[in-house]
Design a protein around this ligand. Sequence first.
Ligand SMILES: NC(=O)CC[C@H](N)C(=O)O
Length: 343
Amino acid sequence: AAQPATPAPVAGPKPVVVVVATGGTIAGAGASALNSATYQAAKVPVDKLLAGLPELAEVATVRGEQAFQIASESFTNDKLVALGKRVSALVKDPSVDGVVVTHGTDTLEETSFFLNLVVRTDKPIVVVGSMRPGSAMSADGALNLYDAVVLAASPTARGQGVLVAMNDDILSGRDASKRVNIKTSAFSSPWGPLGMIVEGKTYWFRSLAKRHTANSEFDIDRIDALPEVAIVYGSGAMNPSLYEAAAKAGAKAIVHAGTGNGSVANYVVPTLRALRAAGTLVVRSSRVGEGGFVLRNAEQPDDQYDWVVAHDLNPQKAKILTAVALTLPGLTTAELQRIFWTY
Ligand SMILES: NC(=O)CC[C@H](N)C(=O)O
């Protein structure tokens, strides 16, 4: 079969974009075009993904790197740190204008927030995935990847923090979250998208108001490991021993994915107070799907109990921020709370 025609390159030097591939559905393959949900993630190498998109040559000089080939639920702290260090090295290279990270969608929101916190740069970093493998009908990966390269190559994306390109939207890596599965509209933010990418052009409407990237106090070049932080999911009829088990297993902090405003059952409160007294940090977040909003001393007396609130960050985002904050020596609850208001 004939290869698709590569459009004639536009004159002048193109921005250089490096695509760091980690796996996920965007590198997935199914048995038939009907397999939009039943397929294997992390199969197609990055060079093959790029070769399938000759349109990229119009936008940037693109090269690929295979960091991992995994489904994103299998990301560990060590892999996160290794990825952060690699992205940091790439953005320090004066010949690189932007970086794209291809990623499974299940924990894309953790990685995008992590990079947003720890990579000290103004250069665009764009995290992208897909909901259908390239082998499926109406696969979304090709356009998502094209959009991600457009964004990473665009001077308009400089200084905007780590971005997520999904389903035509430009989202902030801080608060983009997978809030629907199966559907190609999987990602959104409680605060809306920052803009859109349409036919290779970026359209911006807002900026992130929180500290990020170049303006962050965290730096992946000074982080070699992340401490253990556990999430305990709140519901009716909780078992308090789950929190104790998390601490026993080595969690330095416990994120309580609380009901409503991060509420804590009356029979769980003594356990969390005892854990705090023994040194474990306690962070109240919310399990509310469309975005929780947990305020200090609302529902629980945080000042009295020496607990922290996650404000608008969902439990998995709160886990990342707490782990990064814990890399600061002698982190106090007051410091951690300041960090939650700031990032
Ligand atoms: N749509 C996806 O990318 C999900 C595939 C896989 N579970 C992952 O997160 O990598």
